[in-house]
Design a binder for this molecule. Structure first.
Ligand SMILES: [Zn+2]
Length: 353
């Protein structure tokens, strides 16, 4: 019997529609439920092919103007990071900061966890999403994992880590310059805990690993699978938590201490492919979080996984994509069908392998 259920149901909204001469019309609303968390997302077919209403494309002239304006005061550009950024104590990082190629890792000045690092991703102040090469992302991820390994050696009780990104102000970034953020804490955050607990509940209920079952189900169904790269498997989310959500699952990795260079390379190549696909759709911003089981622990029910989403595009007076429906009701609107999105991303992953 199939253990993963891709549940969806429908409801109708009926009203006299001025766009159709005042005729009584019914709109179909599809509700999708995430098989692990129960998270709901909705798709209104009346909005199909009307993406620009909810999610207008980037204003590229405005983006260029913002890049030029913020360049003048950027604390990372032109090597200024050497003077302006904080340094770790020598017990943790003797060099103070970790430098790998064009990536530089340093402490967040206002940390949100005991270990909270920022990783500058390259010397360039602003990049369109098509301009994040795998080699650059790889260097930033190598620095991130190096940091996590060192933190764990120094503080084994800090077991819960995520590797994250905010790109551009609509995605929550306070600086334009591309960067990642690594968080390490003695307890998992809200969603991290939910993933771990729901994975455990699923294993108890079904006697198997949710993430491996999900990969099997997606490759059997063949609608949302994007690519396999090394140990990682890339899919669009059946019931997304954000715009254009993509997930990656590392099928043999429970936590970051098990990661190899190949795992980091797969993440870098996957992200670079995703970003090229997003650029093609006129997108300019993103968030991602990559979750790990507790470092050094045994969580056979869990696998390292990544959530990637776009955020509202860069434009003057942009409307947030995170309002009551998402922030408080905790639902999401599907802007493009995950099955359509997977087709688009497949083309961009072909270029990386
Ligand atoms: Zn800069």
């Amino acid at each position: 019997m199939r253990k993963i259920a891709f549940t969806q149901w429908h409801q109708q909204a009926t009203f006299h529609n001025p766009l159709h001469g005042g005729q009584l019309t019914a709109q179909d609303i599809e509700v999708r439920v995430d098989p692990l968390t129960g998270h709901q997302s909705i798709f209104n077919s009346a909005l199909e092919d009307k993406v620009s209403i909810l999610f207008p494309e980037t204003d590229r002239a405005y983006a260029a103007e913002r890049a030029e304006e913020t360049l003048k005061t950027c604390f990372l550009c032109d090597g200024r990071w050497k003077e302006t950024t904080p340094r770790y104590p020598s017990e943790l990082i003797p060099e103070g900061r970790l430098v790998r190629g064009e990536a530089v890792l340093f402490p967040n000045l206002f940390p949100l966890a005991a270990h909270h690092a920022v990783v500058m991703v390259g010397d360039l102040h602003y990049r369109e999403l098509k301009d994040f090469p795998p080699s650059l992302l790889y260097d930033a991820l190598v620095a991130s994992l190096d940091f996590i390994v060192r933190c764990h050696a120094a503080n084994p009780e800090m077991a819960f880590y995520t590797i994250n990104a905010n790109y551009l102000p609509p995605a929550g970034a306070s600086v334009v310059h591309p960067h990642l953020q690594v968080l390490g804490s003695p307890q998992p955050g809200t969603h991290h805990r939910l993933l771990l607990e729901a994975s455990r509940d699923y294993a108890v209920r079904n006697g198997s690993n949710y993430w491996l079952d999900l990969v099997d189900a997606e490759w059997t169904e063949g609608l949302r699978n994007i690519a396999a790269m090394g140990d990682s498997r890339w899919i669009t989310a059946f019931s997304p938590v954000g715009v254009h959500e993509v997930n990656a699952i590392w099928t043999r990795r429970e936590h970051f201490l098990q990661w190899t260079e190949d795992d980091l390379r797969a993440m870098a190549e996957g992200l670079s492919g995703l970003l090229r696909g997003c650029h093609e759709m006129g997108c300019s911003t993103f968030n991602f979080s990559c979750f790990s089981g507790p470092l050094g622990g045994s969580t056979p029910e869990f696998r390292c996984m990544l959530r990637f989403v776009n955020r509202q595009n860069l434009m003057p007076h942009h409307r947030t994509d995170d309002y009551y429906f998402q922030k408080l009701l905790r639902n999401e609107i599907i802007v493009r069908r995950p099955e359509v999105l997977a087709e688009l991303f497949r083309r961009h992953f072909d270029q990386t392998v």
